[in-house]
Ligand binder design. Structure first.
Ligand SMILES: Cc1cc2nc3c(=O)[nH]c(=O)nc-3n(C[C@H](O)[C@H](O)[C@H](O)COP(=O)(O)O)c2cc1C
Length: 196
């Protein structure tokens, strides 16, 4: 029997684009590996610079996730003592979200050409992940706050690549209220110009 709610088996692209929201609270419910793999497969369909497919993923659950978030929290505490709480921004909150989420996916740039565009490839893959997860009824959060202690996290995971982001993944604990859920978008006229 499918573990997916009926309404998420197929989702129109426009609906996925408009209704995806960052989710910052998750149910204490496991995410089947099969679904995590579907999310990662969607990432691999992204465009990439010279088709370099520079993305790599480390999927963390259980003890592996706990070890990483423990290290993150420890490093944040050390940093906080140095620079003060006001300078820490949303980092501790993001760490708590990573602690709560059943799955955290660390996303890497494995590109070795030093191109700026290698990072863009990985960002495109992340967006595919968020949209695919949403279409499966899963919630995600793109977490850039890892950059506060990036060297320590890279050292902890010990890969020959550069971290680009963490993505928290899990079953949403709430349904965002309305299409923009307090995160309104600028109109096309505010962000685009048409030259001819
Ligand atoms: C590059 C990037 C980094 C982000 N880092 C964080 C983060 O560290 N913590 C967090 O709570 N949200 C983070 N977000 C989520 C944004 O806050 C969110 O996408 C934005 O407020 C718009 O809301 P929406 O995703 O619901 O449309 C990040 C998003 C992006 C694209």
């Amino acid at each position: 029997m499918s573990c997916l709610p009926q309404h998420v088996i197929y989702m129109d692209l426009d609906e996925a684009l408009r209704k995806r929201r960052s989710i910052r609270s998750y149910l204490h419910k496991e995410v089947p590996e099969k679904l995590v793999r579907q999310v990662l497969e969607a990432a691999t369909f992204a465009p990439s610079a010279k088709n370099g497919q520079q993305w790599r993923f480390t999927v963390l659950t259980g003890t592996a996730k706990k070890d990483l978030t423990n290290r993150f929290r420890h490093e944040l505490e050390v940093l906080c003592k140095k620079i003060g709480e006001e300078e820490m921004g949303s980092t501790f909150v993001s760490c708590s979200i990573m602690e709560e989420a059943p799955v955290v996916i660390m996303v890497w740039n494995a590109g070795d050409m030093g191109w700026e565009t290698e990072k863009h490839s990985v960002a495109a893959a992340i967006q595919n992940m968020l949209l695919k997860a949403h279409s499966l009824g899963l919630g995600t959060l793109w977490i850039g706050d890892i950059f506060a202690t990036i060297e320590a996290l890279e050292q902890h995971l010990n890969k020959p690549w550069k971290l680009i982001s963490a993505v928290a993944l899990g079953w949403p604990d709430y349904i965002p209220n309305g299409p923009w859920d307090g995160r309104p978008r600028k109109s096309v006229d505010e962000v685009a110009e048409f030259l001819c």
